[in-house]
Write a protein that binds this ligand. Structure first.
Ligand SMILES: C[S@@+](CC[C@H](N)C(=O)[O-])C[C@H]1O[C@@H](n2cnc3c(N)ncnc32)[C@H](O)[C@@H]1O
Ligand code: SF4
Ligand code: SF4
Length: 362
């Protein structure tokens, strides 16, 4: 099991080596995206799943393979998003996966579309040891929601989330830390705290949501290039910084292939393969080292077309720390201070940077 302080120390080292532009790294990653399945029951307009030509290659990771990856990762990884480009609750072994990661000392975190939360699933979630759950609910009216979350039914998803929250309240438990996330797709006319938004949030009055997260959609690197709607803002050359994910994390698709980040649903920019190599080997293999170098040299497009125009290359820094790295550092810190402190930690951060997109609930 990874020593939590060692993971935090590696997060600090990653900032040092990122600033120094080291490309062969003398430490291991601290965070994983580990995808149980890339399959999804929705085709949200904000998500590359809506434009994938074929889902033939999208698979389910066998439990044995998941365990093998977690066994190795548990030596150095502190927490992991158990999703990437699909809906993880579609995997028949998802609760065994969550439990396995948790027992091995990797904090399991999940985002879900909440469409398939049956009573049985809700009970399993509370038993599984899941540390963090974020419900993706894009829209404050039936019309808005169903236009974005194609294939979902507004009333049914709300019913599922409310059922989950009522059960959490009944059980009196703090875990999992619960987030309600909404992507704003009408950004030109959106007014924060508008009447519809307020009315929508009253549905969850007196229910144990820990955080409300209101964000604008990105374009998944260069993946959602079929529409102007999700193009990143015009950004200037001067604000460019290499993608910090490559200094702190690894992303693994359900077929075992390692990709640079969670934007590469189809393995377009494959870095390595966990079927044939260990995570440690892949972390500093030739492709990974060359890719980091290309980030430093700004020639990344040769290595990965998805990066072209990706918001993470121009994202504003937090306390001088690039966005992806700041998120991973926060997770490493949470491992040490305990996820029960997540609320207080985030409240403190929000005081430092009030423009952050989340609101922590009392
Ligand atoms: C790809 S989804 C996978 C997990 C699950 N299927 C879900 O929808 O929550 C992961 C996260 O990406 C978010 N997401 C989807 N499209 C996005 C976009 N264009 N910009 C920012 N986040 C996006 C989803 O809301 C979700 O929180
Ligand atoms: S955002 Fe989530 S639910 Fe929607 S299509 Fe993508 S993976 Fe599926
Ligand atoms: S720049 Fe964007 S697309 Fe490229 S690796 Fe980083 S997050 Fe992924």
């Amino acid at each position: 099991m990874a020593n939590k302080l060692k993971v935090l120390n590696n997060s600090v080292r990653s900032l040092y080596h990122y600033n120094k532009k080291t490309v062969k790294l003398p430490y291991l990653p601290q965070f994983l995206w580990l995808e149980p399945t890339g399959q999804c029951n929705l085709a949200c307009v904000v998500c590359p799943n809506s434009v994938l030509e074929s889902k033939e290659n999208i698979t389910y990771m066998p439990l044995g393979q998941f365990k093998k990856i977690v066994d190795e990762a548990s030596e150095f990884i502190g927490s992991a998003f158990l999703f990437l480009g699909g809906e993880s609750f579609l995997h028949k072994d998802i609760f065994k996966m969550i439990r396995y990661a948790e027992d091995k000392g990797i904090r399991p975190l999940i985002h879900t579309n909440a469409t398939i939360l049956t009573d049985k699933y809700i009970e399993e979630i509370f038993k599984s040891g899941l540390d963090y759950i974020s419900f993706s609910f894009d829209g404050y009216t039936k019309e808005q929601y169903e236009k974005v979350r194609v294939g979902a039914k507004y009333e049914k998803t709300i019913e599922n989330i409310v059922k989950f929250l009522k059960r959490k309240k009944e059980l009196g438990v703090k875990k999992p830390y619960t987030v309600l996330q909404t992507l704003i797709t009408d950004s030109d006319t959106y007014v924060p705290g508008n009447e519809l938004e307020q009315k929508f949030h009253t549905i969850f009055d007196d229910l144990p949501i820990d955080e409300v997260n209101i964000r604008f959609p990105h374009n998944w690197g260069n993946t959602l290039n079929n529409t102007d709607q999700y193009k990143p803002k015009t950004l200037t050359e001067e604000t460019y910084s290499p993608c910090s994910y490559l200094w702190v994390s690894m992303s693994i698709l359900a077929n075992g292939k390692v990709v640079p980040c969670c934007f590469d649903f189809e393995g377009e920019c494959e870095i390595g393969d966990t079927n044939t190599h260990s995570l440690k080997e892949i972390w500093n293999n030739d492709k990974m080292v060359e890719f980091r170098q290309s980030m430093v040299d700004q020639t990344y497009e040769k290595h990965c077309g998805i990066c072209k125009g990706c918001v993470y290359l121009w994202h504003e820094k937090t306390l001088g720390i690039p966005m992806g790295m700041a998120t991973v550092m926060g997770q490493s810190l949470m491992n040490v201070i305990g996820s029960g402190s997540e609320k207080y930690f985030k409240q403190a951060l929000k005081l430092i940077q009030p423009e952050f997109w989340y609101t922590v609930k009392q």
